[in-house]
Every structure is written in structure tokens, then in C-alpha cells.
Design a protein around this ligand. Structure first.
Ligand SMILES: Cc1ncc(COP(=O)(O)O)c(C=O)c1O
Length: 393
């Protein structure tokens, strides 16, 4: 490798640092929870997607340990070779009937939400098709759309009128409306009933990414249950590393959709199955989600309390009723400075910057979990107020 090639990379990295856009990893020691050991310090953290506090729930940990003794660790192969275990099979059945996007739905497990979204879009869409996608969709939905080679039309955030204006035009290929159900960096909920109606009118598929709604909304069943929706044209994707507290993802849909993914999705076929112990941990977690109304109620009370306290801050609190509570600061370097000032007070809230969010909307992404206590919200609000009076102006 020539010196100039390395120098070019180093210059690009330096520019990134200069723009306040360099990313760093923090090293966590110990299980997830409100008090996290980060880089050797114990901090009150509002950063994880473990919305129900299940990532370290004793029943989930026990299920994983028991499964490790029964099945070992590695799955050994892809699902289509010898990696598909009774634990995966049982979990798929339980997820399908829990989320039930349509009558007789099946579910298919993936090792991550990223792979699941790639699978949906590449197995169902191709060159002559059109994908209408919300401008604020998660990066992996965009990547899946690009990989599919379909025409990608990005519509204004949650703007049903803007989809309606364009979905009737163009080729006779398949049409897709693709949306996050709960937007990962904004916390708002997509207008799924209106999008489904539009999909019906134009014979389109509705792809719903419920990474942040599964476990939280609709009694834990997710965004479809939240709105009371069901349809054979819905392709539902839920992730299992956020509210479910473990890892992986699943697609739930009509059996013909699931069989199409199983037969044709490269990100399903050409990857090793997740360890069976994660499937058993998830079965335990699913039982806690189903019986977890007390967790969701506590979480809703935390969200309400935070919103009340945060309204007085000088930053824009986005209109979100979910555990994702963003405070938009704007400038990336300023967002980082606020996050670092909070760290000095023992509170960790990550600064999210472009390209994860649009230019000039760098923000603090406060995420609340059912494991937080009301006094944690007070501590966070006090720290934010103290930092606001120091650095916001
Ligand atoms: C909306 C959304 N979809 C998909 C994903 C990807 O899921 P996973 O982390 O399981 O790959 C994420 C987050 O990571 C997400 O926020």
C-alpha cells in the first residue's frame, strides 16, 4: 500500500474530526442497565434501546444459560443447512402468533434487523419495481432499497399526501411503501393506517420496520396492534435486540412472503444462524413482553415526566410519545459539547450527528427504559438544566 493512499485516508479522517463528525466507541463493562460502567466510570445512562429493561432480566439470562447447556453455543451452519434448531422453530411460531400481521402468518428469524431489511427488499423488489420510502427511514431500509435495484422514491417524513401524489405513476411493476413504524432518531410514529389504505388503493406492499415499536407499543405486540391493523399486504419486521433485550430480528407476513424470503433472500441464506441460546432467551423474553404491561405503564410515566421537565430547556424537544426523546441542538460540535458536559455530571446521553440525522439537526437522543426510576429522570433533568445554563447560549 503506497504512502499516498494511507495519507489520503488520514486526511479524510482528519477532516471528519475537524467537522465534529468523528465517532468513537465507549467501552462498557457489565450488563445493560440504567447505571452503566462506561470507560471505567459508573454513569446514569439514557442511551440504550433496552426499553423494557430485559437485557439483563434473570429469566432471560437463565434461559440462555440452560440453552447453552442443552444446545452448546454455535448454531454451526446456516438455517438451510443444519443451523435451524428446535429453539428457532418454536420462537418463529410464537412470534408469528404474537404479532399476527395477517391470518395464518408465518415468521422467519434473522441474525439482525439490518439483514432482515436487506432480505425483505432484495427478495421482493427488483429492477422494474418502485419503492416509496420515508426520508427518515433507518439506513438499512435505504441500503436494502439500493441493493434491490428498484427505483427508490423518498417521500417527505410521514407525509401521506406526498406518497399519494407519486405512487400511481410509473411502471406496472411491484410497488412498495416502506417505513419505520417508530422513527429511530425522532421517536414519532408513522401514519400506518393511512399508508395501509394507500397501499390497498394502489395494490402496493406495506413494509413496516418496527424495530422500536415491538415490545413497547400495542401491549408489546408492536405498532400493528397499536393501530389494530392486519393485512396480507403487510410485511412486518421486528428487531429482537432492542425491547426484547437479546439479539436478532424477524419478519412476520403471509406464508407466501416468508417462503419467498426463505428461498431467495441472500442475507437469509448465506449466513450462519444465530446461536440457539438466543432463541431460548427470546422465548423467555417474549413471555415477559406479553406479561409486561406494568413495565410499559412505568415507561409511559417516565416519558410523561421527562417531557414535562424537558419543555423548559432551550433545545427543541421533538413531539414523541415513545421512549425515544430527542432534544435537537443543531450544530454537531455543540451537540457533542452538551453530551460531554453531561458526562462530567455523571450522565450519559449520546449526541447523534449527520449522516445518522439530517444536516443541522444534531441532537441528544435521550432513550428511557422501564429499568429507570423516577428519580433518574429528576437527575437527568437537573443535569440538562445545569448544562443548558452553562453551554447552550
Ligand atoms: C429502525 C431500525 N431498523 C433496523 C435496525 C437494525 O436492527 P439491528 O440492530 O438488529 O441490525 C435498527 C437499529 O439498529 C433500527 O433502528
Amino acid at each position: 500500500m503506497g504512502d499516498s493512499a494511507i495519507a489520503e485516508l488520514e486526511q479524510a479522517l482528519e477532516r471528519r474530526r475537524g467537522d465534529g463528525l468523528a465517532r468513537t466507541r465507549r467501552i462498557v463493562d457489565g450488563p445493560q442497565g440504567p447505571r452503566l460502567s462506561i470507560d471505567g466510570r459508573t454513569l446514569l445512562a439514557f442511551a440504550s434501546n433496552d426499553y423494557l429493561g430485559l437485557a439483563n432480566a434473570p429469566a432471560v439470562v437463565d434461559a440462555a444459560c440452560d440453552a447453552a447447556r442443552r444446545y452448546g453455543i454455535g448454531a454451526g451452519a446456516s438455517h438451510l443447512v443444519v443451523g435451524h434448531c428446535v429453539a428457532h422453530e418454536a420462537l418463529e411460531r410464537e412470534l408469528a402468533s404474537f404479532v399476527a400481521p395477517c391470518e395464518g402468518a408465518r415468521a422467519l428469524l434473522f441474525s439482525s434487523g439490518y439483514l432482515a431489511n436487506l432480505a425483505i427488499l432484495t427478495a421482493l423488489a427488483s429492477r422494474n419495481d418502485v419503492i416509496h420510502a420515508d426520508r427518515l427511514n433507518h439506513a438499512c431500509l435505504t441500503d436494502g432499497a439500493l441493493l434491490s435495484r428498484a427505483t427508490l422514491v423518498r417521500y417527505a417524513h410521514c407525509d401521506v399526501g406526498s406518497v399519494a401524489a407519486r405512487i400511481g405513476a410509473g411502471s406496472a411493476g411491484r410497488r412498495f411503501i416502506v417505513t419505520d413504524a417508530v422513527f429511530s432518531m425522532d421517536g414519532d410514529i408513522a401514519p400506518l393506517p393511512e399508508l395501509l389504505e394507500l397501499a390497498r388503493r394502489h395494490d402496493a406492499w406495506l413494509v413496516v420496520d418496527d424495530a422500536h415499536g415491538f415490545g413497547v407499543l400495542g401491549g408489546g405486540r408492536g405498532s400493528l396492534a397499536h393501530f389494530g391493523l392486519g393485512s396480507e399486504r403487510i410485511v412486518y419486521m421486528g428487531t429482537l435486540g432492542k425491547a426484547a433485550g437479546v439479539a436478532g430480528a424477524f419478519v412476520a407476513a403471509h406464508p407466501a412472503v416468508i417462503e419467498t424470503l426463505l428461498q431467495g433472500a441472500r442475507s437469509y441464506i448465506y449466513t450462519t444462524a444465530a446461536p440457539p441460546l438466543t432463541a431460548e432467551a427470546l422465548r423467555a423474553s417474549l413471555a415477559l413482553i406479553a406479561a409486561g404491561e406494568h413495565r410499559r405503564l412505568h415507561l409511559a410515566a417516565l416519558v410523561a415526566a421527562f417531557r414535562e421537565r424537558a419543555a423548559a430547556l432551550p433545545w427543541k424537544l421533538l413531539a414523541s410519545q415513545t421512549p425515544i426523546q430527542p432534544l435537537v441542538i443543531g450544530d454537531p460540535a455543540r451537540a457533542v459539547a452538551v453530551s460531554e458536559a453531561l458526562l462530567e455530571l455523571g450522565v450519559y446521553v449520546p449526541a447523534i450527528r449527520p449522516p445518522t440525522v439530517p444536516a443541522n439537526t444534531a441532537r441528544l437522543r435521550v432513550s428511557l427504559t422501564a429499568a429507570h426510576r423516577m428519580s433518574d429522570i429528576d437527575e437527568l433533568a437537573d443535569a440538562l438544566a445545569a448544562v443548558a445554563s452553562r453551554v447552550a447560549r
